[in-house]
Every structure is written in C-alpha cells, then in structure tokens.
Design a protein around this ligand. Structure first.
Ligand code: PLP
Length: 357
C-alpha cells in the first residue's frame, strides 16, 4: 500500500486503493447467474459480520433510508427512542414524521444511555412499546452506548418489544453480536467502519421483526423487508443494486473476515486508546472514558476552539471532522475507523500535538 491516509473525518472514511479498484469491473444484470453467485456469497459473509443466522439485506442507499425502513416495517403504534446526540435524535424525528407515538429517554450530548434508566422507563410506561431505538455509536459525540446491556434490559422487561439498532458507525469497528444479543433490526452504512465508499446500507433483521413486518399493512416500498426477502429468495435484490459497491463490499468482506472480527474490533479499540492517550495533555473527550467510542473521538482542546483545530490541521494537509450540530464550534472529531493504518493515525496525532499542544 503506497497511498497514505490523511483523511480522518468520521465518514466517509479513507478507502484503500484496492477496494476502489474492485469497483471498476464490467456490469452484469441483477437477474443473471453471475450476480446471484456474487450476491449469495455477499449475504453469507454479511451474516458472519453481523453474527446472525437470520435475515440480512443490502440497499442502494445511505443508512438513513434503512433507519426509516426499520420503523416503517415494525412500528404500528408506539416507539421508545433513546437519544444522546444528533444521530440518536434522528430516530425520533423519523418516527414523528411517520406519525407513530414517540416516547423518549433523552440524555445530554456526551452522555451514554443508562441501562437502569431504561428499566425504569419500561416499568413506568403507560402503554406497550412496539420497539425501542438504540444508537450503538453516537457519531456526533463519540459515545458508544452499552448495547448488549441495553438489549438485555429490553428483553427482560418486554418479550415482544423489538430492539432497533443504528450501528451505522460501529459495525465492523466495535463488538456487535446480533443473535447473541437478541437484537431485531440492525442498520449500518458502507462509508464508516466497513471502510467502503458511501452508497450502500446493510441490515440484519430477526425473524421476530419479519413476523411483525408480515402483519403490517404499510411498510413503504423501497425499504419493504418483505420485498428484500422475496428478492433474496431468487438470489437478488428487489430493485437495481449499486453493483460497483457490491463488488467492493464482496472484496472488503473477504478481507474483514480474513483479519478476523475480534482482531478488527481490538484494532479499533487500540486506535481509540492511542488517540486519547496522545491528546491527553491538550484536549479531552467530551464523553467519559468508559463511554468513549472505539471508532470516533469527539474532543475539546483546552486552548483552541474545535473549528480552529480543524483549520490548522487542514493547513498541514490533514482533514479532521468538525464538531456536529450544537458542538460544532467547541469540538472537533477524529474518525479512527475502517482501514486507516495505525502508523498514519500516529503520524497525524503527532502533527496534532504540534499544532494544538
Ligand atoms: N447514524 C449515525 C450514528 C451516523 O453516524 C450517521 C452518519 O454519520 C447516520 C446515522 C446517517 O447515516 P447515512 O449518512 O449513511 O444516512
């Protein structure tokens, strides 16, 4: 690999040249046997990535499409959203647009959702929740929520409330075990820890969630899980797929599985640890250390505003992420996910130390 990674926004991430190259192949029709053998293989590998033996689907969209799809396919009456930043709030906005009843458990930006509070909310509820939404990794604040524990709470309190997970910036970069944690819908985007260009969204769906979808009258059209299931039964997608991205996904899944999931998760955690250890004399994460994300750090410098840090690093040839929403001015973000080589991350952090420290 010759090209250096100097690009550290929390998605779209830097993509290895080999992966970009994989997209430049001749097109084939999505009803052809060539596509079917490609796609069936991709689906099998995605199951391993999610840790599931249940349903997995691929959409030609960004993650938000499937977040909306998750709600449309499963929620008829009421949903509980857990929010602690801009992206977890997106679930709430979509649910309100759809017109279902929305209850919410809200936290200040930078905090993580607490399992005990979720238990209390279930015990004090006035009505049944069809689903609970959880954002595994809140990219706007660099907070990773304790997904396994939160899922355990939901299961303990209500056998048939579905667990809808936004894993957009965690899948492939942080531990996630769909079947073992008994999740119901889990959505991710290609341009984050999967180390791919933007344009694909992937989802794992439990049989319990499919049952729910089967009973729902309106599930939308483009993200209708039953259409995806029908498509996959004939080895294809319901609508024209983003074929170049599926070529790239196929190669990248081989390489992710070759690296090994636990090794890949540990590599991300080590990038987080190295980032936080390097900045400690001149910046601090806005989250607690315990909740600090494995894939993105949201930092506040002691002596400079976040937007000044981003500008100064740009002048040194490095692109960092600016703060998001109401954290735009005070914070900056470092995306440390996907395939960024550890030495390139370290080189950037040493320059950051010179610039800010
Ligand atoms: N959820 C999270 C946690 C995100 O980080 C993002 C994008 O940054 C989204 C949802 C939206 O994803 P997309 O831009 O792929 O629609």
């Amino acid at each position: 690999m010759t090209e250096k990674c100097r690009y550290f926004i929390p998605g779209p991430v830097w993509v290895r040249p080999e992966i970009l190259q994989a997209m430049v192949r001749p097109m084939v029709g999505h009803r052809s046997s060539a596509f079917t053998s490609l796609f069936v293989g991709v689906t099998e590998k995605l199951r391993v990535l999610f840790g599931t033996k249940q349903h997995v689907f691929v959409a030609a969209s960004s993650g938000t499409g499937l977040l909306e799809g998750a709600l449309l396919n499963t929620v008829g009456r009421a949903v509980l959203t857990t929010t602690c930043g801009a992206f977890s709030e997106r679930w709430k906005e979509i649910a309100e647009h759809i017109g279902v009843e929305v209850d919410h458990l809200d936290y200040e930006w930078g905090r993580a959702v607490k399992p005990g509070d979720l238990t209390d909310r279930f015990r004090g509820r006035r009505h049944h929740f069809d689903a609970v939404t959880i954002t595994h990794n809140e990219t706007s604040t660099g907070v990773m929520n304790p997904l396994a524990e939160l899922a355990r709470v939901v299961r303990a309190e209500s056998a048939d409330t579905l667990i809808l997970v936004d894993a957009v910036s965690s899948l492939g970069g942080a531990e996630l075990r769909f079947d073992e944690w008994d999740l119901d819908v889990c959505v991710a985007s290609s341009q984050k820890a999967l180390g791919l260009p933007p344009g694909l969204a992937v989802v794992a769906v439990s049989e319990r969630a499919m049952e729910c979808a089967r009973k729902k009258q309106y599930r939308g059209t483009y993200f209708d899980f039953l259409e995806f299931e029908r498509g996959l039964a004939s080895g294809s997608t319901p609508w024209t797929p983003a074929l170049p991205l599926i070529y790239a996904l196929d190669l990248q899944l081989d390489e992710i599985l070759d690296e090994g999931l636990t090794k890949r998760w540990a590599r991300h955690r080590a990038m987080r640890d190295h980032t936080l250890a390097t900045v400690t004399s001149f910046a601090r994460p806005i989250s607690s250390l315990q909740a600090a994300s494995w894939t993105v750090s949201c930092l506040e410098a002691f002596e400079m505003k976040g937007n000044e840090v981003v500008k100064a690093m740009k002048e040194r040839g490095y692109t960092l992420g600016s703060g998001y929403g109401k954290l735009k001015e005070p914070t900056f973000r470092i995306g440390h996910m996907g395939d960024c080589p550890a030495e390139d991350l370290d080189e950037m952090l040493q320059v950051l130390r010179e610039v800010v420290g």
